[in-house]
Ligand binder design. Structure first.
Ligand SMILES: N[C@@H](CCC(=O)N[C@@H](CS)C(=O)NCC(=O)O)C(=O)O
Length: 262
């Protein structure tokens, strides 16, 4: 069976899982732990691009890195679900993929910044093998993990300015392009919708059933001014999830790597 390495809180992992699920592809899910898991990640991709990131899909002898590449691979492995990448949608998909990637990077910088001010969120980011009573003393390690991610992915220095200058105009463009329709393409649901709607996870994350997050982590993923400015887009996303995204299986107890189907 295939194995997907991912980060539960990451929009990129969500995009890959959505595409795999859409195509009914079974896989085992393994949660990656930043910093601690870095060497293993590099070891799995000796000749791959740097920096090494998740999601990463492992088949017998094949490694696919990156949400977009995994979604395309899912389409190749599909057993007959409607395509997410119809030829007519490719230019639109490509455009929203680039913009969406940029927004997710700003989202990550914003969330990492807010985590540093939220001790409970820092505690929740610690690996599950660290018992609760050691959380307070392990907080410096959690801070190290957050700083490591910010450095590794060259986080923007001023996320709020980037939200104002980039994210808000992008979401306004999405609103204009949708024109109240359920999908970006008249033909129906495509990967353009997946990649565009994933940007909204950082305005307000999807409900627990679709995006399980610990309570303080959920708080730092919530950007109230953005959520208040784009309620129509949040409704659009909710409808997409209802119709097209099967809730992922519940995670197994902490410390257990979940053997999950898409
Ligand atoms: N363009 C990539 C971006 C993936 C990415 O940046 N992943 C981050 C998510 S925060 C990651 O791997 N973080 C964990 C780490 O770097 O150890 C994609 O589409 O998958």
């Amino acid at each position: 069976m295939h194995t997907l390495y991912g980060l539960g809180v990451s929009g990129w992992t969500e995009k890959a899982r959505w595409a795999l699920s859409h195509h009914g592809i079974e896989y085992r899910y393994r949660e990656h732990t930043p910093l601690i898991g870095e060497l293993a990640l590099r070891w799995r991709t000796p000749n791959g691009p740097r920096p090494t990131t998740v999601p990463l899909l492992l088949e017998d002898t094949r490694v696919t890195m990156g949400s977009f590449n995994i979604a395309r691979r899912a389409e190749e492995l599909s057993t007959g679900a409607p395509p997410l990448f119809p030829a007519s949608a490719l230019p639109t998909i490509q455009r929203w993929e680039e913009v969406g990637d940029h927004v997710l990077r700003i989202a990550r910088a914003s969330v990492l910044r807010r985590m540093l001010d939220n001790p409970r969120a820092l505690d929740e980011s610690l690996p599950s093998f660290i018992p609760r009573f050691l959380h307070a003393v392990s907080r410096p390690t959690a801070r190290m993990g957050v700083s490591f991610l910010a450095r590794k992915h060259s986080a923007v220095a001023d996320p709020e300015a980037a939200i104002r200058d980039t994210v808000i105009p992008t979401l306004e463009r999405l609103r204009t392009e949708l024109r109240g329709r359920p999908y970006l393409m008249d033909e129906g649901f495509t990967y353009a919708d997946v990649t565009a709607c994933t940007m909204l996870q950082f305005a307000r994350p999807m409900d627990e059933a679709w995006w399980p997050l610990a309570p303080a982590t959920r708080e730092v993923w919530h950007h109230e001014p953005l959520a208040a400015a784009f309620p129509d887009l949040l409704e659009w996303r909710a409808a997409l999830y209802e119709k097209h995204r099967r809730p992922p299986p519940r995670a197994l107890p902490s410390g257990t790597n979940s053997a999950s189907a898409a």
